[in-house]
Design a protein around this ligand. Structure first.
Ligand SMILES: Cc1cc2nc3c(=O)[nH]c(=O)nc-3n(C[C@H](O)[C@H](O)[C@H](O)COP(=O)(O)OP(=O)(O)OC[C@H]3O[C@@H](n4cnc5c(N)ncnc54)[C@H](O)[C@@H]3O)c2cc1C
Ligand code: SF4
Ligand code: SF4
Length: 482
């Protein structure tokens, strides 16, 4: 299923900036922008990531199954006579043209072949005549788009194919499985773009966190995505209840995987050992525990919608934990205090709005789960200590559980040879130019912190490459559209 733009699109173009596939047209600056009745999504290239819907201020961008057939057809027909563009192509309908070198950087290294690095490489190819060498410590391209995005989002993962195409450009050299060293790069390139991401998990800082049954969500994500070097399950999975601390998209990704029944797991592209371990886990209840209230939940509406759409899984907000959120407590409850899913009327709203439609129930977390598959959303609850035998002690009591997963975000690691802001976990920079280190640039999560989906790295990389080319010896040759 793809997304479409329907209804009252106000053409503010918020969605264009976050679309990883350049699927939304006409974009600002291109012919037709401002003259068409809103914008349209190309169903041939949309990868179903939901980023457009998450930023749309008027709920005009939505999954195709929530639009009318006429609206779906309007989007399709806009592109009927136009060639399919993807993230490597120019934003106009013309093919890219490249001119011989008469200035600008001759050789640029891009360290990191995740989304940010690949968007930066694409931008360098588009706007300069530089040769681009892409390094990654992993043997394949994609970064977290390949080894982070959940296996039940196969369309989103398709973007890796587009990134792979960047490597096929005649001015690109690809150095897989290579750990880049700053000093060596300085001798060989006119400029270096560091796109190394930030994938170190934040820690809960509670006693027992490193004990049996407990690990970071990042470790689980690397395992279920088959990341090279991660060969075994980080902790034994022990049902019937697992607790995930964190209220972001990664927490929901992990919850969906853990709660999936055999039938759903069979339909996912998983390494066989991963599928077998999930089938054997015995987990039938996942508690997603947020330290703050529902109004602070960081997950996107599309991620929450995915959770609520799980077949045969009851999703319930634990009403006991809404004592700091009186507005949400006032929402209607289901019969017998049990959740039954989301009400139809709120399906197209943002995450907080969507949350209002999830049924509330008073969940007895001190006891073992009752039969059936269930996800319990708890708020305003602080984890205090973990013990594999007893479970998770919180400021509200003890929750018996076999596993604890921390999904409270990521932080960058220092790049040897570059300055580092320990507090923010980023390399300090001015629009991508590393402070105090001419010739070095950053993009992606190591530039702005671990936040934002794949598409957000596109505008981020464009800004960095603009800074790089502005500082390079002029004139810098560009593609025909500039
Ligand atoms: C679990 C998870 C799930 C996600 N799911 C989604 C989703 O469904 N949809 C979405 O839009 N966004 C999703 N995101 C966000 C998205 O993945 C990020 O926005 C994006 O990957 C950040 O890009 P990046 O290039 O900065 O970092 P990364 O993707 O981490 O890429 C960094 C690359 O640099 C390489 N590297 C690091 N150090 C070196 C070195 N010294 N030498 C050589 N190579 C090096 C790494 O191997 C890696 O390939 C998810 C994120 C996570 C963590
Ligand atoms: S942001 Fe994602 S869902 Fe929206 S049009 Fe682009 S690829 Fe499709
Ligand atoms: S964000 Fe929404 S309103 Fe704005 S251009 Fe995109 S679809 Fe239209």
């Amino acid at each position: 299923m793809t997304y479409v733009i329907a209804g009252d699109c106000c053409s503010d173009a918020s969605c264009v900036a976050v679309c990883p596939m350049n699927s939304i047209h006409p974009s600002p600056g291109a012919g037709g922008f401002g003259t068409t009745d809103g914008l349209f999504i190309d169903p041939r290239t949309c990868i179903d990531c939901g980023a457009c819907a998450d930023v749309c201020p008027v709920d005009a961008a939505k999954p195709a199954d929530q639009a009318t057939p006429v609206e779906v057809e309007l989007n399709r027909s806009y592109f009927a006579e136009r060639p399919a563009l993807n993230a490597l192509d120019l934003d106009t309908w013309e093919a890219p043209t490249f001119l011989p070198w008469t200035g600008g950087p001759r050789r640029v290294a891009v360290v990191g072949a995740g989304p940010a690095g690949m968007y930066a490489a694409r931008e360098l190819l588009l706007r300069s005549t530089a040769e681009v060498t892409v390094y990654d410590r992993l043997p394949v391209v994609g970064g977290l788009a390949r080894f982070g995005v959940a296996p039940d989002h196969p369309m989103t993962k398709q973007i890796v194919e587009t990134f792979t195409r960047v490597l096929e450009h005649p001015r690109v050299q690809w150095r897989p499985g290579t750990e880049a060293v700053v000093e060596e790069l300085e001798n060989r390139y006119d400029a270096v773009v560091h796109a190394v991401g930030s994938y170190q998990s934040r820690r809960l800082g509670i006693p027992g966190e490193d004990g049996a049954g407990s690990c970071s969500a990042a470790d689980m994500v690397a395992w279920y995505n088959g990341r090279p070097g991660v060969t075994s399950l980080p902790v034994a999975l022990t049902g019937p209840r697992a607790v995930i601390v964190g209220n972001g998209n990664v927490a929901l990704d992990l919850a969906r995987l853990l709660i999936s029944d055999d039938r759903r797991l069979a339909g996912l592209d998983l390494p066989p050992v991963v599928r077998a371990a999930l089938q054997d886990s015995g987990i039938t209840e996942v508690v997603i525990l947020g330290r703050r209230g529902p109004e602070s939940a960081a997950y996107s509406a599309s991620a929450l919608r995915d959770l609520l759409a799980l077949d045969g899984v009851e999703v319930v907000v634990d009403e006991n934990t809404l004592d700091h959120s009186p507005a949400l407590r006032a929402e209607p409850r289901s019969r017998e205090g049990q959740g039954t899913g989301v009400s139809q009327s709120v399906e197209e709203r943002g995450a907080e709005e969507l949350l209002r439609g999830v049924c509330r129930g008073r969940v007895e977390l001190g006891a073992l789960p009752r039969p059936g598959r269930r996800i319990v959303l708890c708020f305003s609850t602080t984890p205090v200590a973990w013990d594999a035998a007893a479970g998770l002690t919180t400021d509200r009591g003890v929750v018996p559980a076999g596993n604890l997963f921390a999904a409270i975000g990521f932080v960058g690691q220092a790049v040897p040879g570059l300055p580092f802001d320990e507090r923010r976990g980023i390399v300090p920079n001015d629009r991508g130019a590393v402070i105090g280190r001419p010739g070095h640039y950053v993009t992606g999560w190591i530039k702005r912190g671990a936040q934002g989906g794949i598409g957000a790295n596109r505008a981020c990389a464009e800004e960095t490459v603009r800074s790089l080319l502005a500082a390079a010896p002029s004139p810098v040759l560009t593609a025909a559209r500039m």
